[in-house]
Design a protein around this ligand. Structure first.
Ligand SMILES: [Ca+2]
Length: 501
């Protein structure tokens, strides 16, 4: 067995938590003597991070046990457009933790309008982030009112981050001073009262005893969840809880050049959530940044959107205009996370080791997620340079007879001590998401997915076919992404494409 094989075995054992360090060492020690040149190259790759070859051979580590289906290819999505059997079998219980926020509102409207993935919403928890928690609560209540779903409780959550940092006001520049570009303030209708429970009480009461049945989708800072996880008498087995969080970035940022907003606003809360052994999926900027909205999609929504989506449209148009150059596209993060949460085929997740810079670093680096996704990155994120240097020194204690068996065992030990703490979504199938999103929130006259009581035939249908962005009735041969072929998706029994849906 060559050293890299031993390391791969160690990695797989690490992710399964089945083998210990000694067994890995035995594997490597019992192997035949490897090629010195190959081993030397591998060692350099591992220690210095130059290992593209090793990266290419990274194993398909098993995902943390969760509701998520294994990732599939685009062809699978084309061939198998029906909802996954497990999802279609019974409505999935879901809690949404959110800071509406224009894109949060769009996500809520999609979640509660679409019928592709049956859901039982248990509650919406508001949090300060894009706007104050009071605004977020009001906006959530207003969206539910639009959707005629006011039976869903809205719980006002944290008004300030868990981290000792102020709540930023910069969200006003993107979402307006009320979080919905004045729709919240202009709303004069009588809204139901929010739920009187605290967010911690709601989480603990709701999750207790049904941890494995409830999906927690967070679209804002992780303050509420972190506080519930830290509550002494909560009684929730967090290791069984499935959490899909919009947040983090493998590369870049949208708040500072290296930091994604939700993580930046409350990094200490994110560290708590990542550290409790829950089944966390992070939908990162690398992934959600690919889901965009622009003039074409806005036109489709205006012409064929369900009433709630049309109600949101003025805010959505302003949001898109401030985030994009004229005529361009703007990222619409939260719906992408919602779709990734409900259909893993749309989001390419990989087991990852995620560390986050806390509130004790300079503001511009606060909340940066440092993410290891392969065997080259993993040891350098998990271990100190002192430890890696000690390993290197030991391997080459006899320079002419390097001990690569020791190297494999030592690296394997590091991997086992630092198993994956999240499934990281750094890529999505954006074009398919556009279709799934539009299928969920639009309704041409007589549309098959128009929920009773929440939709009426759209009066302005007419030229949606000219819109290139996944228009339900548009030409399937056109695309907003440079003419690449579009992929047919199917609602149950209803084809999307020429001839209607
Ligand atoms: Ca949000």
């Amino acid at each position: 067995m060559q050293p890299h094989h031993a390391i791969l075995v160690a990695s797989m054992a690490c992710t399964r938590n089945r083998l210990d360090f000694s067994s890995t060492r035995r594997l490597s020690r019992s192997s035949s003597q490897p090629s010195i040149l190959f081993s030397l190259a591998l060692a350099l790759a591992l220690i210095l991070g130059f290992g593209q070859a090793a990266q290419a051979q990274s194993p398909q580590s098993p995902s943390p046990q969760s509701f998520r289906i294994p990732k599939v290819t685009i062809d699978d999505v084309e061939r198998d457009g029906e909802p996954p059997a497990a999802l279609a079998a019974a409505p999935r219980k879901i809690i949404v933790d959110t800071d509406p926020g224009v894109d949060d509102a769009a996500a809520l409207i999609w979640l509660l309008s679409q019928q592709r993935y049956p859901l039982t919403p248990l509650g919406i928890v508001a949090v300060a982030g894009n706007t104050s928690v009071d605004n977020a609560t009001t906006n959530a209540l207003m969206v539910l009112s639009w959707l005629r779903r006011t039976e869903i409780p809205v719980i006002p959550g944290a008004a300030a981050p868990l981290s000792p940092v102020p709540l930023s006001s910069t969200g006003k520049l993107i979402h307006g001073p009320d979080g919905l570009w004045y729709l919240g303030w202009a709303n004069q209708q009588e809204l139901p009262a929010p739920d009187p429970r605290t967010a911690e009480t709601f989480y603990c009461q709701t999750l207790q005893g049904q941890e494995a049945e409830v999906l927690v989708l967070t679209l804002g800072p992780l303050t509420n969840l972190a506080k519930a996880m830290s509550a002494a008498d909560c009684g929730v087995e967090w290791s069984q809880v499935q959490i899909v969080s919009l947040g983090g970035a493998k590369f870049g940022g949208n708040q500072t050049p290296v930091t994604e907003f939700n993580m930046w606003q409350d990094p200490d809360a994110a560290a708590v959530v990542l550290g409790k052994g829950a089944q966390v999926t992070l939908v990162t900027l690398d992934g959600f940044g690919q889901f965009t909205i622009g003039p074409a999609m806005l036109k489709v929504l205006k012409n064929t959107g369900m009433p709630a989506m049309r109600a949101l449209l003025p805010a959505l148009e302003t949001y898109a205009s401030v985030l994009s150059s004229e005529g361009g596209e703007a990222a619409l993060p939260d719906p992408a996370a919602a779709m990734a949460a409900l259909d893993a085929r749309l989001a390419l997740g990989r087991p990852g080791l995620v560390k986050i810079l806390g509130s004790d670093v300079p503001e511009y680096g606060r909340g940066q997620t440092v993410i290891a996704l392969d065997l080259v990155e993993w040891p350098t994120l998990a271990a100190t340079d002192a430890r890696l240097s000690q390993i290197a020194d030991t391997v080459f204690a006899d320079p002419l007879n390097p001990d690569f068996g020791y190297l494999a065992g030592a690296i394997g030990a590091i991997l086992m001590e630092n198993p994956p703490n999240a499934t990281v979504v750094a890529d999505i199938l954006a074009q398919q998401m556009r279709r799934v999103f539009l299928q969920g929130v639009t309704a041409p006259p007589g549309g098959a997915n128009a929920p009773a009581g929440t939709n009426t035939p759209a009066p302005e249908l007419g030229d949606a076919g000219s819109a290139p962005v996944g228009a339900p009735d548009g030409d399937p041969g056109t695309s907003a992404q440079g003419g690449s072929p579009e992929y047919k998706l199917y609602l149950p029994g209803v084809q999307v494409g020429p001839g209607g849906r």
